[in-house]
Design a protein around this ligand. Structure first.
Ligand code: NDP
Length: 453
């Protein structure tokens, strides 16, 4: 094999704007985010659980390192690697690549979740101390961070041996720090094993709910039974992960798979950030038990349900539309009626959005041949799926009460992430669809929050 020197010589396949603060971001983020993970885990179990304490408590070496942690982490990833490679579930094709080919992906992440669930139940029945994950959380996070760096270095180096059409458009600037961070190769694979697709939804996402279960078992050890708050956090987040894996095929049309290279940003996000920060509420609840009223619990369950409904319906509508625009489910009357109801609830007068269609499927043609949905969920705001996701994020924090900011870290971070992501997506859509995108923006003026943003 020969390094893709031609691609290097031309510095960039595509002169795109640098994202995440360019080189400065590419240097600072890989330092600051791993420290943030360790800081958040340490703080979540400290009595004060204060995000603002200064100077922050520095964990001792004993707290950061445990030889069991690398064994557990590598064993877990190997188990999921094995399940990925098993002939379970169907095989689906991704979108067409720049060279016209389409990659094949096994759709068996939900099988992986079920097998993991059965194995965990067996381990619990055999008396395995799952609550020890509470003490192992910091060492596991340290190992996941170290693995993210090593794996990203491997991905960066191997990207010099692939043909230039296999590189991500935005990850080939010639600046090694930036390219290492943002990812050079679009779909790094060994044989049929696709690293990005594997990491996106499996070891980290399923690992997150296993850690949550470990926190619940720790609570049982400490107080004899799981609290309602802990059960709500566990069930909401399990629903989210199970939904992502059940609809695994939809990931094939997301920005991460279609557009972004596989570099430190995604590797660290998938293997360290998601499993160790998304479930902070559960580790917070171990040391800071909360009492919930029935009314409070029902309100939180309703909020999670509404968020989930918007999230699922809008994602499904767009995915189905992209796969088959004529599919009857895209034009299902129920989705239009629900959105119409939403609009009536949100605004006293329909005149606020004069152009929006409430009752039938309407689309805008673009020069690329693809159309844009402009009614139903995608006529309410330009990213209804983000709206649903954020409502769920809030519902995950509320069981932790209002005494601390820490359990709200996820919803605050996620709001910033999705506003930034929405902005990235808008720029890409404007570049792709030009005037048609401007028309869409005029007809659907709000980005994520109806009548607010
Ligand atoms: P989206 O699923 O929102 O996809 C954006 C793409 O959809 C656009 O680039 C465009 O692509 C297409 N599109 C936009 N508007 C329209 C329209 N009106 N009609 C038809 N197609 C349209 O992108 P994401 O990958 O950001 O999000 C997927 C899900 O994942 C979301 O629910 C999000 O909340 C969630 N998510 C969760 C994260 C987490 O950490 N928990 C992180 C990131 C996302 P094209 O036209 O080329 O098809």
């Amino acid at each position: 094999m020969r390094p893709n020197s031609q691609a290097l010589k031309h510095r960039s396949l595509h002169e795109t704007e640098r994202e995440f603060g360019g080189t400065l971001g590419a240097v600072c983020i890989p330092v600051l985010l791993p420290l943030t993970v360790l800081f958040l885990i340490s703080v979540s179990r400290s009595p004060g659980a204060s995000l603002l304490q200064w100077p922050p408590a520095v964990p001792s070496t004993d707290q950061l390192w445990d030889p069991v942690a690398p064994v557990l982490l590598l064993g877990w990833i190997a188990l999921h690697g094995l399940l990925y490679a098993m002939p379970l579930g169907k095989v689906s094709q991704g979108l067409a690549l720049r060279d016209g080919t389409r990659l094949k992906y096994p759709i068996n992440g939900f099988h992986g979740l079920c097998v993991s669930g059965v194995l965990l139940m067996l381990l619990l029945a055999l008396g395995a101390p799952l609550g020890s994950l509470f003490e192992l959380l910091l060492p596991l996070a340290v190992c996941a961070i170290a693995l993210s760096f090593l794996f990203s270095i491997y991905l960066y180096i191997r990207s010099f041996w692939v043909p230039s059409h296999a590189l991500a458009l935005g990850g080939n600037t010639g600046n090694p720090l930036y390219d290492f961070f943002i990812g050079r190769e679009l779909n790094p694979r060994i044989g049929n094993f696709d690293f990005k697709y594997f990491c996106e939804l499996r070891p980290g996402l399923i690992g997150w709910v296993v850690i949550n279960l470990g926190m619940m078992m720790k609570e049982v050890e400490l107080r004899g039974s799981p609290s309602l708050a802990m059960m709500l956090v566990n069930s909401f987040q399990l629903l989210y992960v199970a939904d992502a894996l059940w609809n695994e095929e939809a990931v094939l049309t997301t920005m991460d798979i279609v557009h972004d290279g596989f570099g430190f940003m995604l590797v660290f996000g998938d293997l360290a950030w998601v499993p160790f920060t998304y479930g902070l509420q559960a580790s917070f609840l171990v040391e800071h038990p909360q009492a919930l009223s029935s009314l409070g619990s029902l309100t939180i369950i309703a909020l999670n349900g509404i968020g989930y409904y918007i999230f699922r319906k809008s994602n499904s509508q767009k995915n189905q539309f992209r796969r088959d625009p004529t599919h009857p489910s895209v034009a299902s009357q129920s989705s239009f009626k629900t959105v119409a109801l939403f609009k009536l609830v949100f605004s006293e007068s329909r005149q606020i959005l004069p152009h929006c269609t409430l009752s039938r499927l309407e689309t805008i043609a673009t020069a690329t041949g693809k159309r844009l949905l402009v009614s139903g969920w995608w006529g309410l705001v330009r990213h209804p799926n983000y709206l649903g996701d954020l409502l769920m994020a809030l519902a995950w924090s509320l069981p932790c009460g209002f005494s601390h900011l820490l359990p709200y870290f996820y919803v605050i971070y996620f709001t910033v992430l999705l506003i930034h992501r929405e902005d990235r997506d808008e720029r890409q859509c404007r570049a792709k669809y030009g005037l048609a995108w401007d028309t869409y923006c005029r007809r659907v003026p709000y980005r994520i929050f109806p009548y607010i943003y």
